[in-house]
Structures are given as structure tokens and as C-alpha cells.
Design a protein around this ligand. Structure first.
Ligand code: SIN
Length: 546
């Protein structure tokens, strides 16, 4: 094994999605030396796959009566009592500025004949306020814009470098990052500030809308560095993911909620509407409500079709569908489905981790020098169920804020000297021995016992299986890094899910079917104990990062 190479920066950003690139660009513009690392290629993150859009209320471009205040209210309702109201207010208030800034550097959103932005509606929104690009390719346009800016600024992006662990000083402050490339060579990146923007955790499950990179890496890195995570039990399942057979696994094509925004209706195998009488917003109810209604309908099916329902968008006609939803149309065509004449078979699949590394709304964690932004972070914006299209917005807003927080912390002299990072010897970076579960077993058990519909028995079986299925061994490859991250993230999630004895938002328990505001209208924090094991969950102090 070759000895590790070394590099230094003021800020290391892990991830090339919307939050990571926004942070890196902001920090670079403000004079910090920035290194961006990603375990895959720069374009391989989750951002590219975002379809629906960015939820934002822009001055002069909104429905009558719509306002940032109403956007805040919709977010709080969707979050099922667990959002932090101050976090919601401050992040959404910065949304219009963030979108305007992105357009200024070249993002092209869809417009109407009068030149104003086209707006659609998604689940949980009381107004048409979701702006989009390329019809249903909003994430791709956001990513294109940010990567072009990164090229213009000559940002250094180190590709195919998996983040193994965060370097720390003897006092516990972040001081850099150990990375591992595809050839098994380790690198040491010394920096007083490290920003995690690693995205989500969809590959905890057999079927997900997330790309291969979404393996919970940032959650595991943060936990091992001494940070806390919260709200991890709230995994959002997107209701309409293209169904191509019960054995289809891995990343599955999304059928954006905006299709329902344009009038499509969910029906069961017998053609009966799924959402009739379930919620006042019908097919555009918040996502947790729609996914749970589908699962209930499937469970009640008298024989016949019992693992998918249908999204009927035939009213749109072929030309309109193809023009407005080119990505979905292509996925349907590849599966032999014509949305103009056939209802689209769909089923829920893992989509978004509403919880994550506990941060302030500026991306600070409780570990000095460690920041997080985007899906990996838990700012308090999403609560128990994220409002549709709030995530690109959060990535833009909190990504930029986290960069400014790192800059302010540099200026205030509160960050560590990265020369004091604990790197015991040349090969120390490879000596990280952690529990690594077999991925297929983990995904199968998580899908069975920790998806929509959980109970104490199933979660107990899952916890035992995770303990049995994992072995402690050194991390030598990217796959090891990912499997170890999945293992730790699953344990943390199951710990919180076992503890939360109620149903709320995306956490649906058969044995505790109703919300219990008195006991449980609070976030649960998970951290590691001194021996590196997941400690029992505890309640998060409001507004805190500890
Ligand atoms: C969608 O387009 O339905 C997904 C958008 C989101 O997850 O916010």
C-alpha cells in the first residue's frame, strides 16, 4: 500500500450537489482556498435527478394572496409539528434572493409567453409556487449552472475520492479529512473547516429515487467525528416512482409530483381514486399522507394488484406530456408505457432523509470546524416530512450561509490549526475499523421493517439482524466506506424509530398509529458513546446543535 499524499486548504467541501457547490463557490468568492472532493464524478450527485423544481415566492411572480408567510405555513403543516419555526422562517425568507442569484449566474428556468417564470404546484403547497427548468429537469439545470461557475472560478474538484474520516485535533475540533481513491490510495487533506454536503441515504432501502452515491456517508462521518444527528427516523418515500416489477431494485425513475400538479390522479388497480376522502388537498396532499394512503390501499387490495397503483395523466395528451415532462416521458417510454394512453404504474420508494446532522441554520454542527448543508443536514426546516421542492432551496440558502459561517469562524480565530490533526502514522488513515454490514441483507431488512409501517417487533428483528450481519474490519475500498456508512446510519435510524412511540409524518408505526403531541412533539437526537456505539436516543433541545 502506498503512503498517503497530502494537501491543504482553508475549507474542504465533501460533495458536488447543490449545497456543496454553492458553499464552495461562495467561500472561494470570499477568498478562502477551497478543495471540493467527491467519491464519484462531479456530475454524479443527487441534484441532477431533482425533477419538480424550487419552491419560492418571488416578488411580483406569485399567485394572488401568496406570500413567503404562506410558504412558511405550508412547510410547517407538511412537517407535521416537528419543524423549527425560526429555521423555516429564516431559510425560506432567503429563498427569493438565492434563486435570483442563481439566475444571475446563468440558470435558465422555464418561462411563459409573457416572460414571467412558469410555476406549478406540488404536494402540500397551497399555491402555484414551484419554479422549474427543462420541464422536469430542474436539478440538472441547477447542477449545470453551478458546475459552469465552478469551472469559471477554476475550483479544484478532486473526483473519485471517498471521504473515510474527519481528522480532528486532540481537543476534538475538525482539522481535515482522510480520503481514499479507487486504487486504494489514501490522502490527507488538512483544513480547519470541513463542510459535509454528501446528500442522502436512499440506498438504505432496496428501491429508491436516489443515485448510487446516496449511502448516508455524511451521517456516518459526522457521528464518528462527535456530531449529533436528529429526525433520522423520518425517511420520506416518494409516492410516485415508476413501477417496473416487484424485483426492481436500486435507483428507480421518479415521476415528479408536478404531474399531479398538472391534474393527474392516483387510482388503484380497479380504477378507484386513491386519495378520495383522505385529505382536503386530495392528490396534492403532503407526500407522507399520499405515500401512506397508497400503502394502505395496497394492503386492502382483494388479491389482484397489490404492489403498485397507477397515476392517470392521460388527460394531458402525448404532446403536452412529452413537452412538459420530458424526463418522465423518456423513462415511461423505456419501460414500454405511453402516458398519453395508459395510466403509469407507480409505487412509493425511498426518496429523502428529512433528518440528518444537527446544524444551525448556518450549517454549524456542535464540532468546531465541522459544517453540514443540504440533505445530509438537519436544520429544522423539514420536521417529520419535507415539503416538496424545499430541498434545492435549502441547498442554495444554507450552502451559502455555511460558507460564510466558515469564513466568519476563520476570521474570529475559533478554528483549529490543521497541523495539529491526529494522524498517528503514515498508514493511520487505513486503520479505521468499523462495522460493515452486507448491503443486500441490510437493504432487504430495512425495506421490510423500517419503511412505511413499522412496529416494535419488526424494528427489534432489524436491530438484531444488523448486529449479526456486520463485521468489524478495516476500510480499504470505496465500497467498504459506503457499506460502513449504511451500517451506522441504519443503526442510528433504527434506534430513533424504536424510541418514537407514535406515528408522525414519515414515521408510521402500526403499534402506535396516532401522533402523541404531549410526549413526542420533539426531535430525537442520536450520537455515539465513548466506545463508538450508537447511544440511546435523547430529546433535542429546541434550536440547539447539541
Ligand atoms: C418531485 O419532483 O416530485 C420531487 C421533488 C422533491 O422531492 O422536492
Amino acid at each position: 500500500m502506498s503512503s498517503p499524499w497530502e494537501a491543504a486548504a482553508d475549507l474542504v467541501v465533501v460533495g458536488t450537489g447543490v449545497a456543496g457547490l454553492t458553499a464552495a463557490l461562495e467561500a472561494s468568492r470570499r477568498g478562502l482556498r477551497v478543495l471540493v472532493v467527491t467519491k464519484a464524478g462531479a456530475r454524479d450527485g443527487n441534484t441532477r435527478w431533482a425533477q419538480g423544481g424550487v419552491a419560492v415566492v418571488l416578488p411580483g411572480e406569485h399567485d394572488d394572496g401568496d406570500s413567503v408567510r404562506r410558504h412558511i405555513d405550508d412547510t410547517l403543516v407538511a412537517g407535521a409539528g416537528l419543524c423549527e419555526a425560526d429555521a423555516v422562517a429564516t431559510v425560506l425568507a432567503d429563498g427569493p434572493g438565492a434563486v435570483t442569484a442563481l439566475r444571475r449566474v446563468g440558470a435558465r428556468f422555464d418561462t411563459l409567453a409573457d416572460g414571467l417564470l412558469a410555476r406549478t404546484r406540488e404536494g402540500g403547497h397551497s399555491a402555484f409556487r414551484v419554479v422549474h427548468a427543462g420541464g422536469d429537469a430542474t436539478g440538472a439545470e441547477v447542477e449545470r449552472t453551478l458546475l459552469a461557475s465552478a469551472r469559471n472560478r477554476e475550483l479544484t474538484v478532486l473526483e473519485r475520492q471517498a471521504a473515510v474520516r474527519i481528522l480532528r485535533t486532540p481537543e476534538g475540533a475538525a482539522a481535515g479529512l482522510v480520503v481514499l481513491d479507487d486504487d486504494g490510495t489514501f490522502g490527507i487533506l488538512r483544513a480547519p473547516a470541513v463542510l459535509l454536503a454528501t446528500g442522502g441515504l436512499g440506498h438504505l432501502y432496496q428501491s429508491t429515487t436516489n443515485p448510487d452515491v446516496a449511502t448516508g456517508d455524511g451521517i456516518a462521518l459526522a457521528l464518528r467525528a462527535g456530531a449529533t444527528v436528529a429526525d433520522l427516523e423520518f425517511v420520506q418515500f416518494h409516492p410516485t416512482v415508476l413501477y417496473t416489477g416487484h424485483d426492481a431494485t436500486g435507483r428507480r425513475p421518479l415521476v415528479t409530483e408536478a404531474v399531479r400538479g398538472e391534474g393527474a390522479v392516483l387510482v388503484d388497480g380497479a380504477g378507484a381514486p386513491v386519495m378520495a376522502g383522505v385529505h382536503p388537498l386530495g392528490d396534492l396532499a403532503p407526500r407522507d399522507v399520499v405515500s401512506a394512503a397508497i400503502i394502505r390501499r395496497l394492503a386492502d387490495a382483494p388479491g389482484g394488484v397489490d404492489d403498485h397503483v397507477f397515476l392517470d395523466a392521460t388527460h394531458l395528451g402525448g404532446q403536452m406530456f412529452q413537452a412538459r415532462f420530458p424526463t418522465v416521458y423518456a423513462a415511461c417510454a423505456a419501460a414500454g408505457i405511453d402516458p398519453a394512453t395508459q395510466p403509469i404504474p407507480v409505487a412509493p420508494a425511498a426518496h429523502f432523509g428529512c433528518g440528518g446532522v444537527v446544524t444551525t441554520v448556518d450549517g454549524r454542527t456542535r464540532v468546531p470546524g465541522l459544517y453540514a448543508a443540504g440533505e445530509v443536514a438537519r436544520t429544522g426546516l423539514h420536521g417529520a416530512n419535507r415539503l416538496a421542492s424545499n430541498s434545492l432551496l435549502e441547498g442554495l440558502v444554507v450552502g451559502a450561509r455555511a460558507a460564510r459561517a466558515a469564513l466568519a469562524d476563520h476570521a474570529a480565530g475559533v478554528l483549529a490549526d490543521p497541523r495539529r490533526a491526529e494522524v498517528e502514522d503514515a498508514d493511520a488513515s487505513s486503520s479505521l475499523s468499523v462495522a460493515v454490514a452486507e448491503r443486500p441483507t441490510l437493504q432487504r431488512m430495512m425495506s421490510r421493517y423500517a419503511a412505511i409501517g413499522r412496529d416494535a417487533d419488526g424494528l427489534g428483528v432489524l436491530a438484531d439482524t444488523l448486529a449479526e450481519a456486520s463485521t468489524v474490519r478495516p476500510v480499504r475500498t470505496r465500497e467498504d466506506v459506503e457499506n460502513a456508512a449504511l451500517d451506522l446510519t441504519a443503526r442510528a435510524l433504527v434506534t430513533a424509530a424504536q424510541e418514537r412511540l407514535e406515528s408522525r409524518g414519515c414515521h408510521v408505526r402500526h403499534d402506535y398509529p396516532v401522533p402523541d403531541d404531549l410526549q413526542w412533539r420533539r426531535s430525537l437526537v442520536v450520537e455515539l458513546d465513548e466506545s463508538g456505539q450508537v447511544a440511546p436516543a435523547r430529546v433535542l433541545a429546541l434550536g440547539g446543535v447539541a
